[in-house]
Write a protein that binds this ligand. Structure first.
Ligand code: F6P
Length: 410
């Protein structure tokens, strides 16, 4: 590389997103980029000329290792939707003036489907205006809903945390005996895709019965059928554990979380904040059966749990970061790095690049045949797909009994 690289992080963070940042930094340096800048809070921060020189923070190999183990977006993130080019040309001119000033050869954006919309628009604008900066997307999202890639970095670690936590919750739920039983509802992120919620099934093994019911957002939720199933289960066992996606909807498309006291917040991409599904269902069950209930929202814990990260995930996240820089250096633009799977066992994967226009704003959902007929669990095919992605551990670097992270003033 002859000039500089700039990298940004966008959308919801993950336990692996900073490993991709480390991969971008290392590969850019190995390819002789003069400087590697980090946008603070993605494209939104860049518009305010907020950026850092990553060399000021990553000074040795230990810093790279710490960065790989640091959850959340080291650079800060944003959910910022660029307008269409014809709607606000001045904004694009401003961005490209800043990129020119920084002498940027490659622009790497680590994000999900909404963030790929940014890569798509910027690369289109560069073509129209004959600009030489190259734009590459680096996949990231715990939701695992990006098209064309086998899976997304961040998903494996979140799935491992969910499988582990649900297993621990099930164990805990059998300790105390309540007269009318206990129903625990665990709410899992993932928006309209059930990949993460399905990962609750990983809890099942010789030493754990697994969750009794799993509800994915791909299947319309029926409150009456749910209630009947809970009643039947309470007849047979003292503790019932249910995993529900934050995004489950009734047949008319209304989110279940909107049936309770929902939050009205909507982001720049028009996504409603989904929260409160477990708490609504727990109150509903308590009302129906008079039993003890517990609502557990895994919330940000599931995407920040770097102490429970998957080794496969952290390694692949690092690789896609490197592959993004390599692609830009070799002349690609308007593309996203994807992961291809060659085999499940032994697990083997590689990277390629694909046209970002085929990825941006799309959502890859769990196929119907990977959900059981009755719609309340996932099949063995789902588990065969997920299991390789949660393998191996990345030991945190512990200081005073607590994991150490790479520090940047927040
Ligand atoms: O997009 C990733 C994600 O973690 C979704 O699963 C979830 O719905 C959303 O982010 C939550 O975002 P926020 O932290 O902005 O509420």
């Amino acid at each position: 590389m002859k000039r500089n690289v700039i990298v940004g992080q966008s959308g919801g963070p993950t336990a692996a997103i900073n490993s991709s940042l480390a991969g971008v930094y290392r590969t850019a340096k190995d390819r002789n980029a003069k400087k590697v800048y980090g946008m603070l809070h993605g494209i939104q921060g860049l518009l305010e000329e907020r950026y850092i020189d990553l060399a000021d923070y990553i000074t040795n190999d230990l810093d790279v290792e710490l960065l790989k183990r640091t959850p959340a977006a080291f650079l800060g993130s944003c959910r910022y939707k660029l307008p269409e080019i014809h709607e606000n040309k001045e904004l694009y001119e401003k961005i490209f003036t800043i990129l020119d000033k920084l002498d940027i050869e490659a622009f790497v954006y680590i994000g999900g489907n909404d963030s790929m919309d940014t890569i798509k628009k910027l690369s289109d604008y560069a073509i129209v205006t004959g600009h030489t900066t190259r734009f590459i997307g680096c996949p990231k999202t715990i939701d695992n809903d990006l098209a064309l890639t086998d899976h997304t970095p961040g998903f494996g670690s979140a799935a491992k945390y969910i499988g582990t936590s649900v297993k621990e919750i099930i164990r805990d739920s059998f300790c105390l005996e309540y007269e009318k039983g206990l129903v625990t509802i665990v709410e899992i992120m993932g928006r309209n895709a059930g990949w993460l919620t399905g990962a609750a099934a990983l809890a099942k093994g010789e030493d754990c019965p697994g969750p009794d019911l799993i509800y994915l957002p791909e299947i319309a939720f029926d409150l009456d059928k749910f209630s009947t199933k809970i009643g039947e289960l309470l007849e047979k066992k003292s503790s019932v554990v249910v995993a529900v996606s934050e995004g489950i909807c009734l047949a008319d498309g209304k989110y279940v979380c909107e049936l309770g006291e929902s939050i009205d917040f909507v982001d720049a991409f028009g996504h409603k904040q989904l929260s409160g599904t477990a708490s609504f269902l727990a109150s509903y069950v308590a009302g129906e059966y008079g039993c003890k209930t517990r609502a557990i929202e895994l919330s940000s814990l599931q995407r920040a749990a770097s102490h429970c990260a998957s080794r496969v995930d952290i390694l692949e996240a690092y690789q896609v970061g490197g592959a993004a820089v390599k692609a830009a250096d070799e002349g690609d633009s308007g593309k996203m790095v994807i992961i291809t799977r060659f085999s499940d066992d032994p697990y083997q994967s590689g990277t390629k690049v694909k046209d970002v226009h085929k990825i941006a704003n799309d959502e890859k959902l769990v196929p119907r045949e990977w959900v059981t007929k009755c719609g309340t669990n996932v099949t063995s095919k789902f588990l065969t797909y997920v299991r390789p992605l949660i393998q191996g551990d990345v030991s945190p670097i512990m200081v005073d009994g607590i994991p150490r992270h790479l520090f940047r003033d927040l």
